[in-house]
Design a protein around this ligand. Structure first.
Ligand SMILES: C[S@@+](CC[C@H](N)C(=O)[O-])C[C@H]1O[C@@H](n2cnc3c(N)ncnc32)[C@H](O)[C@@H]1O
Length: 358
């Protein structure tokens, strides 16, 4: 859930303790109790303090809990301290989630790694488990991870219209979301399936990649194969037009006849995938811009408009950095020199466009 170190407690005894503090006669006594508890916490071992052996247990992040305790101790009045205690009691005893994700709003402070800013500076690709940077043009797993955690619940269905090496499916498997991928190239379908098999499937979700053209595929029929009528999230990570030629297949979006043709196809795919997306749910497009003959082609904004034309509501434009880690230092310097001579800027960002189905 978060990068915070998890500590497990017996829920009943922890709640009893917090309730007792609420009855403290003075702020000084309450602070004494809190200080003793913090000292215990300092000795607690990740996820298995002795007192979690019986009864229902609850997991709390160490940093989160320490900050909550500090806030209670720093309260200037007993009344205020009781208010903070009550909030912590609620955070432990009640789960409050919204309609489209499983974020426990009573403990929102624990989700430290869930991004909420429109600028994403991510310096490291998640390369854990089956994730590999081996497919030229795949996205970092953090993208589908963030999107699924914010815009789906466990057990929901996610559709990836350009599955590539299966990054979305691997993440879905970890997060307990069912995922279906469509991929044009048979060799990539086999490759993605291989990676999915390597990754454990602890939540026993469906995850499958089918070979097909997402511009013409029958989405209703595809879902019916899995006993579904709709999905709760669509992820689209198309070729950025012709920047990377993915295959010789004329149906490959990287072989589109022109930018306009590419945009028409993107609009069609969003519209058709949108037909099986539940109302009020999200469609995500990951796309970058390109240069053609010295001119910046704003593919990102053009794709955004093509999808807005299909009636979706725009929720966010996220700008995400990317680093060409494989480029050698000399190459980077050469590009910098060319940029200075040619008066242009080197691409260091791409877009994550977020739409909502009305
Ligand atoms: C940018 S990559 C997606 C990478 C993927 N997100 C990953 O992490 O591996 C785009 C993929 O779209 C596929 N593709 C291109 N045209 C397609 C089409 N019409 N239908 C389905 N897939 C297509 C390409 O073969 C390529 O694998």
């Amino acid at each position: 859930m978060s990068t915070d170190e998890p500590l497990r407690f017996n829920a009943v005894s922890l709640l009893e303790r917090l309730s007792q503090w609420k009855e403290s006669e003075s702020l000084a006594l309450l602070r004494q109790g809190l200080a003793a508890f913090k000292a215990e916490l300092a000795l607690a071992v990740s996820s298995c303090p002795a007192d979690a052996s019986d009864g229902a247990s609850v997991e709390l992040g160490r940093r989160y809990l320490e900050r909550e305790l500090d806030q209670i101790a720093a309260a200037l009045t007993l009344e205020r301290a009781r208010y903070y205690l009550e909030r912590l009691i609620r955070a432990i005893s009640e789960v409050r989630t919204g309609a489209i994700n499983d974020i426990n709003l009573n403990r929102w402070k624990e989700y430290e790694d869930l991004l909420t800013d429109s600028l994403w500076l991510i310096d490291r690709r998640d390369d854990s488990g089956a994730h590999t940077a081996g497919y030229w043009g795949n996205f970092i797993p953090q993208i589908p991870n963030q999107m699924m955690r914010r815009y789906t619940k466990k057990g929901d269905w996610v559709l990836d219209t350009f599955a590539g090496s299966g990054t979305t499916l691997i993440e879905g498997q970890r997060l307990g979301r069912n995922t279906l991928g469509i991929e044009l190239q048979a060799r990539m379908v086999a490759y993605a399936k291989g990676l999915i098999e390597v990754e454990p499937n602890p939540h026993k979700v469906v995850r499958d990649v089918v070979q097909g053209n997402s511009a013409t595929l029958d989405y209703h029929e595809l879902l019916a194969r899995y006993g579904q009528r709709s999905v709760q999230l669509v992820i689209m990570h198309p070729p950025y037009f012709d920047i990377i030629p993915f295959s010789d297949d004329p149906d490959d979006l990287s072989n589109a006849a022109s930018v306009d043709h590419f945009l028409t196809l993107m609009g069609t795919i969003a519209e058709r995938a949108g037909e099986v997306l539940d109302r009020g749910r999200y469609l995500v497009v990951v796309i970058g811009d390109k240069y053609t003959r010295g001119e910046w082609v704003p593919l990102g904004f053009q794709v955004m408009n093509a999808i807005l034309d299909k009636g979706f509501a725009l929720k966010s434009i996220i700008v995400k950095n990317f680093e060409t880690t494989t480029a050698k230092r000399e190459q980077k310097e050469l590009w910098r020199y060319r940029a200075l001579v040619g008066g242009f800027y080197i691409f260091k960002h791409e877009y994550i466009l977020l739409f909502k189905k009305r």
